[in-house]
Design a protein around this ligand. Structure first.
Ligand code: NAD
Length: 368
């Protein structure tokens, strides 16, 4: 069998810094677990624009289509703010998502015990929290036509259209049910069926897919506004939440912040299964390129490390190794090691980006 293949796209700002720590972990797997990844590296975002005049070349796009998984750092920065919209760094990321047809965006919200005090909610509300939001990523109001700003009489009118086909809803529902089977076996679907026709269709299709293919999974429905309230009131009631592009954008950010710092949050975007049965996949931290701290050794690499752990689980069928890596992160935090974004408690040990990576590798070592 061929080695698992991975395309690494560090990107801009702190992207290369946090990716360097993932490289250490990949090397550790080669040296200590006899797992060799075929790793290739490419440019995306501003650095690709600097080198090639485009935020993503066709060659890199082709490579992304041919590997088992893509791991991306972050793109963007003030240097590129005045570029034309068509070549802005973010266009590289959007092209990857669109051409790989990554329709299911997985955003875990998991609270490590050692960081429960960082949440703005009470400790007992968030301690042990482990939920997964599945957001539809390639359709809905961000893509629907007609759209634009038109003139009506003397004033301008802004228009966006919420549009979902049955098959778009069904495929993301399947992603959520499949995930739930590997977790707590519960899905809560969120829409606004009380005021939106697309919400009525969403609820119908999710129910149909459930009855026909996943009757063993517990399904509930909630209006998205009530869901937002419940996420803040008692988030531990949820296991997997599936929702559309717009509501998922808002709910996943809210859920993520229940758990503390932006530097801790991984994500995965999955598409249709490839020939090997695994989904096309792009893994990336939720944070951006953090130009305010780039080059200073202050970035927290954990979001990128946990994104790689998601790749182990969902692209490489290495669930036990993903558990091992997540446990290593948990242990490092339990020891009180903190990058600058997590400082504040008494007794914490401040560490740099690279010291945090080394500490995670040391915990991996001691797990053997
Ligand atoms: P950001 O996520 O880069 O930073 C927000 C704040 O969080 C900053 O104070 C930053 O220092 C901090 N932060 C972020 N990641 C951190 C980490 N790993 N460790 C420690 N602190 C961290 O968001 P922004 O400042 O709004 O955007 C900066 C640039 O990143 C912009 O060009 C934006 O377009 C781009 N961006 C890219 C992505 C992406 O690549 N997916 C996502 C969001 C923003």
């Amino acid at each position: 069998m061929s080695n698992p293949s991975l395309l690494i796209l560090p990107g801009d700002g702190i992207g290369p810094e946090v990716m360097a720590e993932v490289r250490k972990i990949i090397d550790w797997y080669g040296a200590k677990r006899d797992v060799t990844f075929d790793v290739s590296e490419g440019l995306v975002g501003g650095c690709s624009y600097d080198a090639h005049g485009t935020p993503l070349t066709d060659e890199t796009m082709d490579k992304a289509q041919s590997v088992d998984a893509v791991l991306l750092g972050a793109v963007g920065g003030p240097k590129y703010d005045s570029l034309d919209f068509s070549v802005k760094p973010e266009r590289g990321l959007l092209r990857l998502r669109k051409e790989m047809d990554l329709y299911a965006n997985l955003r875990p919200a998991q609270c490590f015990d050692a960081l429960a005090d960082f949440s703005s909610l009470k400790k007992d509300v968030v301690a042990g929290l482990d939920i997964m939001i599945v957001r539809e990523l390639t359709s809905g109001i961000y893509f629907g036509e007609p759209r634009g700003i038109i003139k009506e009489g003397n004033e301008r009118v802004g228009i966006n259209t919420q549009r979902y086909t049955e098959s778009e809803i069904a495929r993301v529902a399947r992603s959520a049910f499949e995930l739930a089977r590997k977790r707590g076996n519960k899905v809560c679907s969120m829409e606004k069926a009380n005021v939106m026709e697309s919400g009525i269709l969403w609820r119908d299709v999710v129910t149909e897919v459930h009855q026909a293919e996943y009757p063993d999974v517990e399904l509930s429905h909630m209006y998205a506004d009530a869901g937002a309230m419940q996420l803040c009131r008692w988030p531990k009631q949820f296991d997997v939440i599936v929702t559309d592009n717009l509501f998922g954008d808002l709910l996943s950010d809210a859920a993520a912040m229940l758990t503390g710092s932006l530097g801790m949050l991984p994500s995965a975007s999955l598409g249709a299964p490839m020939e090997n049965g695994r989904p096309k996949a792009l893994y990336e931290p939720v944070h951006g390129s953090a130009p305010d701290i780039a080059g200073q050794g202050k970035a927290n690499p954990i979001a990128c490390v946990l994104s790689f752990a998601m790749a182990l689980r969902y692209s490489f069928d290495m669930g036990a190794e993903a558990d091992r890596l997540e446990k290593a992160v948990e242990d490092v935090l339990a020891d009180g090691l903190r990058t600058a974004d997590l400082l504040g408690e008494e007794g914490a040990t401040p560490v740099s980006t690279s010291e945090m990576g080394d500490a995670i590798v040391a915990k991996l070592d001691s797990s053997l």
